[in-house]
Design a protein around this ligand. Structure first.
Ligand SMILES: Cc1cc2nc3c(=O)[nH]c(=O)nc-3n(C[C@H](O)[C@H](O)[C@H](O)COP(=O)(O)OP(=O)(O)OC[C@H]3O[C@@H](n4cnc5c(N)ncnc54)[C@H](O)[C@@H]3O)c2cc1C
Length: 535
């Protein structure tokens, strides 16, 4: 029996499996296997509506097992791809046992990733927007900051809580900012002490006009509409980094915020980056039949592949439209290779582009016809509802949309994520990392940069006690003594730290004698050197 192994269960992978199932029927000589991290496919075009809650959380995803009943699904993370030995490894769900799978044909459909590397603080403090979990995290963050802002007396802190920044003026950034803006302004009505005039929603875009994929008249329409609804558009502006309470812009400007969403930049999937094959812009170069040159039986498609359209000679954009069309060609060419037959070179003329702008309006360019406003929105909903895989999902989404017209907005905050025991944080120069008198709930280990430890002394103001650098830690005294912080720590340069929470630190401190000895000696040394603390 031959095995066709598909890596990735997005549009490219799942639609390849679907077409292979149709073409191969019940034949027993070919196994179709698909490895994906999740057991479902995400319908990304509808993800922005999950933020606002107009579509239920699980209604934009469809179980792969139901869609592709003849495919063996491995819900696992691919760890390595060995093209020479023709096998891949994936980690087993429970424990860290590695599982190996050989293949006769390999279809790589791993998509791309949002990469924050090279932009300080983004990994720690920005929210990406690509998967279902990201939409839920953004929704929860919005509700969380509204809850905090409603009871926050400090106007500075309230301003940061009520500022929402989205970076990226492409489709996903614009659709996300439109839904966030609608949601936050409507949800704020349920909070007694919120002044809605304090809400600020900002879209950062590196170019001069958002939605560069669309004709400029539609992009201008979208800009005007968003501005009318209160979105502040910052064109020719790039995000350069982030801290826990600010978006840092190129040129030095800071926008204080507790909610930063970044939809840029897209980077190759790390697994694809390691493959010894030719790449263009980080994507795997394939021939017209979607096979990797010099690697018979290895195929690639979707966002991770560099596909040249046979008719236009142009590279295909990373869209679901292209991934699903490529999947049909790839499956037919693969079956032609297995069974003998002619292969076809890929070509597809995109039918159009659409972007939803929330509040019953959208922009669409369909076969050259430009449409905006309510009609475009109606088309957007109709077309995407038809494209959503699975009849049950279609019914669920149609029901969500209907109920959304009559029921009040849901503002329930789901506290789902496990609490973070260890996390990384980034600080720009001059920021307060922890403040004297505050509750000590984190121990910090400096990864790079320098901090200054100071204490307020009656009659002398703030007195600098110490400077600490990479490999040194602070915050341990308040953790061990269960008291408030006895010093303030500020960053002198750009600083990255690893923060360990009270519970994780307490467990290690109680059960690791070497750590206990080290921390107690450090505390003694620091207390001996420092002037007495009022705390
Ligand atoms: C918010 C948003 C809105 C969008 N709207 C539209 C739209 O309106 N129209 C349109 O045409 N396109 C849209 N797109 C783009 C479209 O979603 C992508 O082009 C499409 O998903 C690409 O399909 P793919 O199969 O190549 O990759 P993906 O759909 O990203 O699938 C990759 C799969 O591989 C899995 N994977 C990755 N690494 C591993 C690993 N190591 N182990 C196991 N599994 C792994 C992932 O979990 C994922 O399931 C949108 C994208 C986003 C983010």
């Amino acid at each position: 029996m031959k095995r066709v192994l598909i890596l990735g269960g997005g549009f490219g992978g799942v639609y390849t499996a679907l077409t292979l199932e149709k073409l191969l029927g019940d034949t027993k000589d070919v196994e179709i296997a698909l490895v994906n991290r999740e057991n479902y496919i995400v319908f990304q075009p509808m993800l922005p509506e999950v933020i606002s809650g107009s579509i239920g959380l699980v209604d934009t995803i469809t179980p792969i097992r139901r869609l592709c009943p003849r495919t063996n699904l491995y819900t696992r993370a691919v760890e390595t791809i060995d093209l020479e030995r023709r096998c891949i490894t994936a980690t087993a769900g429970f424990g860290s046992r590695m599982h190996s799978l050989t293949f006769d044909h390999l279809v790589i459909a791993l998509g791309n990733v949002t990469s924050f590397t090279g932009q300080p603080g983004l990994m720690e403090h920005a929210l990406p927007f690509k998967y279902l979990g990201d939409a839920l995290a953004i929704r929860n963050r919005i509700i969380h900051v509204l809850e905090e802002a409603d009871i926050e007396p400090d106007p500075e802190i309230r301003r940061a809580l009520l500022t929402f920044v989205v970076a990226g003026g492409g489709f996903s950034g614009v659709e996300a900012v439109a839904e966030m803006n609608d949601f936050v302004r409507a949800a704020a009505k349920s909070f007694r002490h919120l002044d809605r005039r304090e809400i600020r929603v900002v879209l950062l875009h590196s170019g001069s006009l958002i939605l560069p994929e669309l004709p400029s008249s539609l992009a201008q329409f979208a800009q005007r509409l968003l501005a009318k609804r209160g979105v502040e558009l910052r064109s020719d502006t790039r995000l350069a980094g982030a801290t826990a309470d600010a978006a840092l812009l190129e040129g030095g400007e800071r926008i204080t915020t507790r909610t930063l969403v970044s939809t840029v930049p897209a980077a190759p999937n790390p697994l694809v980056a390691t493959l010894p094959v030719k790449k263009e812009h980080g994507r795997i170069v394939v021939d017209g039949h979607l096979e990797v040159p010099g690697q018979p039986g290895v195929w690639a498609l979707g966002d991770c592949a560099w596909v040249i359209d046979a008719k236009t000679g142009e590279a295909c954009p990373p869209t679901a439209q292209h991934a699903t069309r490529q999947a049909a060609y790839l499956a037919r060419n693969l079956v032609a290779t297995l069974r003998g037959g002619a292969r076809e070179a890929f070509s597809f003329k995109a039918l159009g582009k659409m972007g939803s702008l929330g509040h019953r309006s959208a922009v669409a360019d369909i076969m050259g016809v430009k449409i905006s406003g309510f009609l475009a929105w109606w088309l957007w909903r109709t077309i995407y509802l038809m494209k959503l895989p699975g009849l049950d999902r279609k019914i669920r989404v149609a029901t969500d949309w209907t109920l959304d017209l009559i029921l009040p907005l849901d503002i329930v905050q789901l506290k789902t994520g496990p609490s973070m025991a260890v996390r990384r944080e980034h600080f720009e120069p001059g920021m307060t990392i922890c403040r004297e008198g505050d509750r000590g709930d984190w121990l910090y280990v400096i990864v790079n940069g320098e901090v200054e430890v100071s204490r307020s002394v009656p009659g002398r103001g703030d007195v600098a006690l110490n400077r600490l650098g990479p490999g040194e830690c602070f915050g341990e005294i308040a953790m061990v003594r269960e008291g408030p912080r006895n010093a303030t720590v500020k960053s002198l340069s750009s600083v990255d730290v690893v923060a360990v929470d009270r519970e994780a630190f307490g467990t290690l401190f109680s059960h690791l004698p070497a750590l206990k000895g080290f921390v107690e000696a450090l505390i003694q040394e620091r207390l001996d050197q420092a002037p007495p603390s009022p705390h």
